[in-house]
Ligand binder design. Structure first.
Ligand code: HEC
Length: 161
């Protein structure tokens, strides 16, 4: 009798344990998506500051240099932001726009991340030189061939677009 009770207790513990593990993993994945989106927003914020400075809307050169350097350093973080199992197909209950082809097309996806540092270095140089037309050209180049090139292939259409 007590053996059976023990067996049941162990069985229940296992079931609860497994359920708990799945819950934690789902939370980790949602947190990974949030970190990814926050990092993307930070990149966009850096770019906006620099663009406003270059257009003469607001901002100063010293801060624009800091933002360009921040942007440049963030590219090293991007490869860590796409853990397996965090696409919009894997996580129907989480608002993510990361398409499954990120994980089935890894070589090309990694190549699109690898293009960023050079494009961003071009922007850092232009901001340091303080030449506004060059800054705007570098933003355009990065936006089209860096951010935009990846988004058009690997990001699902977002509602505000
Ligand atoms: C290698 C691919 C890749 C590159 C390069 C990339 N992004 Fe993204 N970006 C994504 C993906 C995928 C998402 C969707 C993430 C999600 O919803 O989980 C995204 C989302 C975003 C978002 C929306 C975030 C939100 O949820 O509000 C912004 C803004 C953004 N990216 C800006 C940028 C900027 C600016 C750059 C260039 C400096 C850039 N991204 C470079 C893949 C990329």
């Amino acid at each position: 009798m007590s053996k059976i009770r023990t067996a049941i207790a162990v069985g229940v513990a296992l079931v609860i344990g497994v359920g708990f593990t799945i819950g934690v993993v789902a939370q980790d994945k949602a947190a990974a998506v949030k970190e990814r989106q926050d990092t993307m927003k930070q990149q966009a914020g850096d770019l906006k500051y620099i663009a406003d400075f270059a257009k003469g809307v607001s901002g100063d050169q010293a801060t624009a240099v800091q933002k360009a350097e921040d942007l440049h350093s963030l590219s090293a973080k991007l490869p860590t932001l796409f853990p397996a199992g965090t696409s919009n197909a894997d996580l129907p209950d989480v608002k993510t726009y990361a398409k499954p082809n990120i994980w089935t097309d890894q070589d090309n996806f990694k190549a699109s991340i690898a293009k960023l540092p050079e494009l961003e270095q071009g922007l850092v140089d232009a901001v340091k030189a303080g030449e506004k037309p060059k800054i705007l050209a570098a933003i355009g180049n990065l936006g089209k061939n860096g951010c935009g090139a990846c988004h058009s292939t690997y990001r699902a259409k977002m509602p505000q677009q």
